[in-house]
Design a protein around this ligand. Structure first.
Ligand code: GZL
Length: 321
């Protein structure tokens, strides 16, 4: 009789353990893992949304997330990775500020059998040093931005360009995609181009310099690698007596709430969406890797392009208002 009770108890324990495993997998998985997240910084509204989305996803999954804000300095990010390695985390998520300079620290993670997922911007380090990359396609974003501007101007436009952070794959690839398309149209040309480092403050300062460098009446459009720099440029145009979105067309990337507000106000014309929701795919990749599964080299996140006709509803939907 006693053996039956013992067997029943054992079956019950096994069912509880199995149930817990199933629940964990159903919730996206990762419960109990300690994951280090090295973030670029907080230079833009999109970056802040991205950070918040990753933290919320970790919380929902029961993942212990160690977060480090790199303040847009690679040395801070490398120090954070070394700290994660020293703490023996289960995995690392790296959002790299620039493309180069990661080989040594990624090798140190590999030497300690700590898997690394690259999220958002890219690295030039050997692919064997990270398990996968979760990101949008920056070249496509640049092409999409240019294709809209070509249509909006019938292929006739002198453009000023606000570049993102120097050396970042987001800036390099968006510029490549945009330039590929306008090269097909002899009357589309970039007449001024400078980095605003993805921030509103620098975007305003650089736009002010553009307006001093060339006759503003000759500028047809401003192409900004992110919405935050464009928001700064809009301030600069208004202070110069220019009607943004009318006198000078605008095209940017990120689809943050403030760009939809600018569209509602008639100050912006188009934005290419960049999803901040990369935490889920990154955590899923780590769980799959730790379970011994094969991973694709790239896990894409999708995005559309938005215009003033849907700005009010997008603003309401994205700012929770
Ligand atoms: C691109 C991302 C860029 C955003 C900016 O994926 O790295 O960095 O477009 C942010 O807002 O600063």
């Amino acid at each position: 009789m006693r053996s039956h009770k013992l067997l029943f108890s054992l079956v019950m324990v096994l069912m509880v353990i199995f149930g817990a495993v199933v629940v964990s997998a159903q919730e996206g998985g990762g419960a109990g893992l300690t994951i280090g997240f090295s973030q670029v910084g907080s230079e833009s509204a999109w970056r802040t949304s991205f950070t918040q989305a990753v933290q919320a996803e970790a919380e929902a999954r029961g993942i212990n997330l160690l977060f480090s804000d790199g303040q847009q300095r690679q040395e801070n990010q490398i120090a954070a990775l070394r700290s994660f390695i020293a703490q023996g985390v289960d995995a690392i998520i790296l959002a790299p500020v620039v493309e180069t300079g990661w080989d040594e620290v990624l090798q140190e993670a590999a030497d300690n059998q700590i898997p690394v997922v690259i999220v958002d911007r890219n690295v030039t380090a050997d692919e064997s040093l990270y398990i996968t990359r979760v990101s949008s396609d920056f070249v496509h974003e640049g092409r999409l931005a240019a294709a809209w501007l070509v249509q909006a101007t019938a292929g006739q436009c002198d453009i000023v360009e606000l570049q993102g952070t120097v050396g970042s794959s987001a800036a390099l690839d968006r510029q490549q995609g945009f330039n590929e398309v306008i090269a097909l149209f002899p009357n589309m040309q970039i007449v001024q181009s400078q980095s605003g480092d993805f921030t509103r403050t620098n975007g305003k300062e650089v736009m002010e310099s553009f307006l001093n460098a060339v006759d503003p009446s000759t500028i047809c459009a401003v192409w900004s690698h992110n919405d935050d720099m464009l928001i700064g440029a809009i301030e600069a145009m208004k202070e110069a007596g220019i009607d943004p979105g009318q006198d000078i067309l605008t095209i940017s990337v990120d689809a943050i709430p403030d760009i939809f507000q600018a569209m509602v106000d008639g100050d912006a014309n188009a934005t290419v969406e960049l999803s901040p929701n990369m935490g889920g795919p990154a955590f899923d990749a780590i769980v799959s890797y730790l379970a011994g599964e094969e991973l694709p080299r790239w896990i894409p996140v999708a995005g559309g392009i938005y215009f003033p006709d849907t700005a009010a509803e997008e603003l309401a939907a994205r700012s929770g208002s």
